[in-house]
Ligand binder design. Structure first.
Ligand SMILES: NC(=O)c1ccc[n+]([C@@H]2O[C@H](COP(=O)([O-])OP(=O)(O)OC[C@H]3O[C@@H](n4cnc5c(N)ncnc54)[C@H](O)[C@@H]3O)[C@@H](O)[C@H]2O)c1
Ligand SMILES: O=C(O)[C@H](O)COP(=O)(O)O
Length: 527
C-alpha cells in the first residue's frame, strides 16, 4: 500500500484519481511546522502541496520513502527542487489548471484598483454616499506592460486587448514571431517601464526576477502608473513600492502575493490607493478541481512507475515526442545495465551515440535511461530518472551524447561505449518493428540477441571446439540455453558469444569455461 500525504486544502473532488486506486491510501494532513512534518514524512511515498507547505531540504532529507512531490498549482518556490532531485524525488506541478483563475483575478484586480471599488464599497458600507473621492481612469487606449508573457501573462494580454488596451511585454524567452502573432510588441524591460500606464507582473520568483520591480524600475516609470502583481511576492520590492506610492509616482497598486506569506500587516495596507488579496489567484472552484485532478493523475502514474507529464526536475516530453521515444527507454536502460556488468575499472566516460531515426529526436531522456541502467547496477543507492544525471556528474563520469546520421542497415541504433581506466566496451541496440528490442553489436561484433533475463558473455578466438564445450559445460549443470549468438569480424580472429540462459551460470562453471582453450573471458549478465 502506498501512502500519499495531502496538505494545504487540495480539493477533495479533484483527488478522485487517487481515491480510485486500491493500492493507494490518501491521508489529509493538517497544517504542520517543519519539525512536525520531518517527524511524519518518512511514512509517505508521495506528498501533494499547494503554496503553504514548505518542502524544505530538511523535510526532504527525512522523506526516506518519497517517490514524488506534487504541487497542486504552478509555483514550485516552496519546494527545494535541487534537494529533491539529489534524493531522486520527482517533483511535478499542475501548470495549466489555474491559468484562467489567475488571469481573471488579475483582470479583477486591475479593474477594482482603477475604479476604486473596494474603497468605494467600504465608504458606502460606512454610511457615506461619496461620489467625489473615487475618480477612476479608463483602460481604453492605455498601454499595458506585461512582465512575463507565459500562460497567464499572454491570457491577461488577450483580455486587455479586448478592452482596447495596447499591450507591450517583456519576456526574453518568447520569440518575436510568437509575440507578433499575439499582437504584442516585445520591449526591453526599461522601455516597458517607460511606456506603460499599467504594469502587471507574471514572472515566477527566481534569483533573476527578485526585486525586478524595485527602486530603479519605479524611477523609470510614468507618473501615475498603476501596478498589479498576481504572480509571486518578492518580484516587486514592497518597500520601494511603498515609497513610490507615497511620492505619488505610483497612482495605485494591487497585490495578491507578498514577499512574506501569510501576512496581515504591511505599511502598504495603510495606503488608500492600495488594494490586496490573500493569494487568491487560483481560488476558483474550477481551478482547484483542475489542479487537484491533474496532480493526482501524475501521482498515480509515478507510484506505478509510469511516466509523468509535468515533471519539473526531469525533461518533460510532449505526447508526440514521448510516443517516439518511449520504446527506446527500456532498451537504453538495458544497454546501460549490460555495459556496467562487463566493464572493469573506474568508469571515466560514457559515450552514447544515436543514429538513424534517433539522430533528429529529443534523446535526452534516452541518455538518462542509459545512465539509470548503468548506475543502478553499480550503486547501492536508489537511482532513477530524476537523479541519474546528477549521480553520474558527482562520480566524475563524463557523459557524451552524440547524434550521428544514417547507420547502415538499422532504422535506429543506440550505441553505448564505456571507457574506464582499465577497459573499453561498447554495445549497440535497436528496436525492430517499433517494439522488439535487440542487441546488435558488442564491441563492433555483430550479434542479434534478445536483451532479457540472464546472459553469458564469452569473448573468444574464432576456432573450432569452443562453442560445443561451452554449451556442454552449461548443459551439464542442468541450465537451459534459450538463445545463442556468435559474432566475428574475420575467420580465425576475435569473436564474441552471447547466450541467453534460464538461470545464472554458477561461478565454478564459469571457471571451467574460462579454461577452454581460446576463451578470452567469461561474464554473467542479468538484465
Ligand atoms: N496568485 C496566484 O494564486 C497564482 C496562480 C497561478 C500562478 N501564479 C504564478 O504566476 C506566475 C506565472 O505563471 P504562468 O503559469 O504564467 O507561468 P509561465 O511559466 O507560463 O510564465 C512565466 C513566464 O515568465 C518568463 N520568465 C521567467 N523568468 C524570467 C525572467 N527572469 N525574466 C523575464 N522573463 C522570465 C518565462 O519565459 C515565461 O514566459 C508563476 O509565478 C505562478 O506561480 C500565481
Ligand atoms: O502558483 C500557483 O499555482 C498559485 O500561486 C496558487 O497557489 P495556491 O495553490 O497556494 O493557491
Amino acid at each position: 500500500m502506498k501512502k500519499v500525504l495531502v496538505m494545504d486544502g487540495v480539493a477533495e473532488i479533484g483527488l478522485a484519481a487517487l481515491r480510485r486506486e486500491p493500492d493507494i491510501e490518501v491521508v489529509i494532513g493538517e497544517k504542520m511546522s517543519e519539525d512536525e512534518l520531518c517527524n511524519v514524512i518518512g511514512e509517505y511515498d508521495a506528498m501533494i502541496v499547494r503554496s503553504a507547505t514548505k518542502a524544505t531540504a530538511r523535510v526532504i532529507e527525512h522523506a526516506s520513502k518519497m517517490i514524488i512531490i506534487g504541487r497542486a498549482g504552478v509555483g514550485i518556490d516552496n519546494i527545494d527542487v535541487a534537494a529533491a532531485t539529489a534524493k531522486g524525488i520527482l517533483v511535478v506541478n499542475a501548470p495549466d489548471g489555474n491559468t484562467i483563475a489567475a488571469t481573471e483575478h488579475t483582470m479583477a484586480m486591475m479593474l477594482a484598483l482603477t475604479r476604486n471599488i473596494p474603497q468605494a464599497w467600504a465608504t458606502l458600507r460606512a454610511g457615506k454616499w461619496d461620489k467625489k473621492s473615487f475618480m477612476g481612469v479608463e483602460f481604453r487606449n492605455k498601454v499595458l506592460g506585461v512582465i512575463g508573457l507565459g500562460r497567464i501573462g499572454s491570457a491577461v494580454a488577450k483580455r486587455a486587448q479586448g478592452m482596447e488596451m495596447k499591450v507591450v511585454a517583456y519576456d526574453p524567452y518568447i520569440s518575436e514571431e510568437k509575440a507578433e502573432s499575439l499582437g504584442i510588441q516585445l520591449l526591453p524591460l526599461e522601455e516597458l517601464f517607460k511606456q506603460a500606464d499599467f504594469i502587471t507582473n507574471h514572472l515566477p520568483l527566481t534569483k533573476e526576477s527578485k526585486y525586478i520591480v524595485g527602486e530603479k524600475a519605479f524611477s523609470l516609470m510614468k507618473d501615475g502608473v498603476r501596478l498589479v502583481n498576481c504572480a509571486r511576492g518578492g518580484v516587486v520590492d514592497e518597500q520601494a513600492l511603498y515609497a513610490a506610492m507615497k511620492s505619488g509616482k505610483v497612482a495605485g497598486a494591487a497585490l495578491d502575493v507578498f514577499e512574506k506569506e501569510p501576512t496581515t500587516e504591511s505599511p502598504l495596507f495603510e495606503l488608500n490607493n492600495f488594494i490586496g488579496t490573500p493569494h487568491l489567484g487560483a481560488s476558483t472552484e474550477e481551478a482547484q478541481l483542475n489542479v487537484a485532478f491533474d496532480v493526482a493523475v501524475e501521482i498515480v502514474a509515478a507510484l506505478k512507475g509510469d511516466f509523468v507529464k509535468n515533471a519539473v526536475n526531469i525533461p518533460s516530453l510532449s505526447p508526440k515526442v514521448m510516443a517516439v521515444v518511449k520504446p527506446y527507454l527500456t532498451l537504453a536502460e538495458k544497454l546501460g545495465k549490460f555495459v556496467a556488468q562487463l566493464v572493469g575499472g573506474r568508469t571515466e566516460k560514457i559515450e552514447i551515440t544515436y543514429s538513424g531515426d534517433l539522430a533528429s529526436q529529443d534523446v535526452a531522456p534516452i541518455t538518462t535511461a542509459v545512465l539509470k541502467g548503468f548506475l543502478d547496477t553499480i550503486l547501492q543507492e536508489m537511482v532513477n530518472f530524476v537523479n541519474a544525471p546528477t549521480l553520474a556528474k558527482e562520480r566524475g563520469i563524463n557523459v557524451i551524447q552524440q547524434q550521428a546520421g544514417e547507420e547502415g542497415d538499422y532504422a535506429n541504433l543506440i550505441t553505448v561505449k564505456v571507457i574506464s581506466d582499465k577497459d573499453e566496451i561498447s554495445v549497440a541496440g535497436t528496436i525492430f518493428g517499433g517494439t522488439d528490442p535487440r542487441f546488435v553489436f558488442i564491441d563492433g561484433y555483430h550479434v542479434d540477441a534478445v536483451p532479457e533475463g540472464h546472459m553469458l558473455y564469452v569473448p573468444h578466438t574464432d576456432k573450432p571446439k569452443i562453442i560445443g564445450p561451452v554449451a556442454n559445460l552449461i548443459g551439464a549443470h542442468d541450465i537451459n540455453i534459450s538463445g545463442m549468438q556468435v559474432g566475428r569480424k574475420s575467420i580465425g580472429g576475435k569473436a564474441v558469444m552471447l547466450l541467453n540462459v534460464d538461470t545464472p551460470v554458477p561461478e565454478e562453471t564459469m571457471a571451467e569455461i574460462a579454461k577452454i582453450d581460446g576463451v578470452q573471458g567469461v561474464k554473467n549478465v542479468s538484465l
